[in-house]
Design a protein around this ligand. Structure first.
Ligand code: CA
Length: 223
């Protein structure tokens, strides 16, 4: 799951970035509304953590722009303890949730997972696709009822394919959703992860669509 953090406070932004990465999210951090706007136009994020008081385009204006152009990426607004009006304005302006600073990373992580789940239209926290079960909160995977150990990146690739089961994802789509842009990417990284996933789980779980990308069938492992 890829998160965009928009926060101009250096200490808080840094804390959120490292906290969310440690919790297993692919997180990017920008410090003003203009950079956030640019990032959201260029890249695809699962969810946005938005501070309202920002230099440049302020948080409320950014949210308004986002919704005006039909961008439905879930947004969680960060507000100060006393700023009740901010909270109301944020929610009325199209935010999906809010948290009052100071933020506990564990609570933020849980709420972000819930937002992403809701956005994907899933009620159950466990993702079930055929014989595959994925628990995004526990970062655990079961194949035909047996737990399988996966690396963080492998898990992220599998989760993304599972959330899009039945649809082809290009290598670029997988890369853009899973990796921070400040991290150097091996050109064959996705191929390597897919190779490991097939070996650890099952070859038929992920199909290569030559020249297009990868696809997880809607019901892998079921006859
Ligand atoms: Ca601020």
């Amino acid at each position: 799951m890829r998160v965009l953090i928009v926060e101009d406070d250096l200490q808080l932004g840094d804390g959120l970035l490292h906290g969310l990465r440690a919790a297993g999210f692919a997180a990017d951090w920008v410090r003003d509304g203009t950079a956030a706007d640019r990032s959201l136009l260029a890249e695809s994020f699962s969810v946005v953590v938005l501070d309202l008081g920002l230099p440049g385009i302020d948080g409320r204006d950014l949210l308004q722009r986002l919704r005006a152009r039909g961008d439905r990426t879930p947004v969680l607004v960060l507000t100060s303890r006393d700023a009740v009006e901010d909270r109301i304005a944020g929610l009325d302006g199209g935010a999906d949730d809010y948290l009052v600073k100071p933020v506990a990373i564990a609570e933020l992580a849980a709420r972000l997972r819930a937002l992403a789940r809701r956005a994907a239209g899933e009620a159950a926290p466990i993702l079930t696709i055929g014989a595959l079960q994925i628990d995004p909160a526990a970062h655990s995977v079961c194949w035909h009822g047996t737990a399988v150990e996966l690396g963080t990146r492998e898990f992220a690739v599998l989760e993304e394919l599972a959330r899009n089961a039945g649809r082809v994802l290009s290598r670029e789509q997988l890369e853009s959703r899973l990796y921070e842009w400040d991290r150097a990417l091996e050109s064959n990284a996705i191929e390597v992860h897919v190779h490991h996933l097939r070996r650890k789980l099952a070859p038929e779980l992920i199909r290569t669509i030559r020249g297009v990308g990868y696809l997880m069938p809607r019901a892998p492992g079921e006859v």
